[in-house]
Ligand binder design. Sequence first.
Ligand code: FAD
Length: 282
Amino acid sequence: MRLHDHVWASHFRLQLRHATRYRAGRVLLAGDAAHVHSPAGGQGMNTGIQDAWNLAWKLAWVTTGAADTALLDTSEAERRPVGRAVLRLTDRAFSAATSTNPVIGAARTRLAPWLLRAALAARPTRARAFRSVAQLAVTYRDSPLSADGTRRDGRGPRPGDRLPDAPVTVDGRPTTLQRALATPHLHLLVTGPPVPADHPVTRVPHLRAHHLTHEAAAHALVDHTGRAHRRLGLRAGEAAHLLVRPDGHIAARADGRRLDELDGRSGAGSAPPDGPRVTRRR
Ligand SMILES: Cc1cc2nc3c(=O)[nH]c(=O)nc-3n(C[C@H](O)[C@H](O)[C@H](O)COP(=O)(O)OP(=O)(O)OC[C@H]3O[C@@H](n4cnc5c(N)ncnc54)[C@H](O)[C@@H]3O)c2cc1C
């Protein structure tokens, strides 16, 4: 067997570039067209897919007239900081991996393996590192689409965070919270008392209401393990309203006493007849 039958090599030019804008009129950037960087850390493809995921539902709503074109600008506001962070991380990782400085070289070959092993031995650190590298921890807390609905006790996800996942059943069929909400709608997730069937929110186009409960109930998301409530930072039976975007990020949350509380915060619950509107927090 000759080596060159099985190994090939080619030139690869490393780039570090970031578009200053992700939208100019009808031109929208996503993926490597918006940000290109070192492959160190394997972040490029995930970042690009998440750019497209962030943009897809907004484009669908704007092109069908369900939302104003201003919704498209929120993609740059949400995704450009992510692109910037990825460029910084991959640039540092590449510099550390290729530096010819003897001190950095020694740290890389002697210290780093030991430090990494020690740090990743702890389960919480390992979980945090996994979520970070897999980009599951990406949040849009500073987005103009994220209403200010942080709980006073700080428990559970905040507006802008990704909806956590947990097993649930619907009419006896096993599924998960994220899967049950994976349709191109705005989702109102309600715990505690369900939304009355004649409430105006049930007539908002593009919005689906879901009742998350511990007890078996027709069409409800039944949290038989209690994990969904725990991951949402809720006690058993505690009332809450969460508005979840089509891309799985939370737009707003309220403590569930009154549904109009959520309306005032996000503007989505009180949507006009032609669909949810986009409101800015500041
Ligand atoms: C060596 C290497 C290793 C990598 N490893 C990883 C990894 O482990 N994990 C990871 O997540 N990412 C990795 N990446 C990054 C990842 O490959 C890219 O981020 C990803 O492929 C970008 O996808 P994209 O669709 O945005 O762009 P591209 O994959 O570049 O796709 C753009 C497409 O558009 C086409 N095109 C360009 N101009 C035109 C035009 N005018 N008209 C029509 N078509 C056009 C191109 O031919 C191309 O097919 C790596 C990259 C490299 C170079």
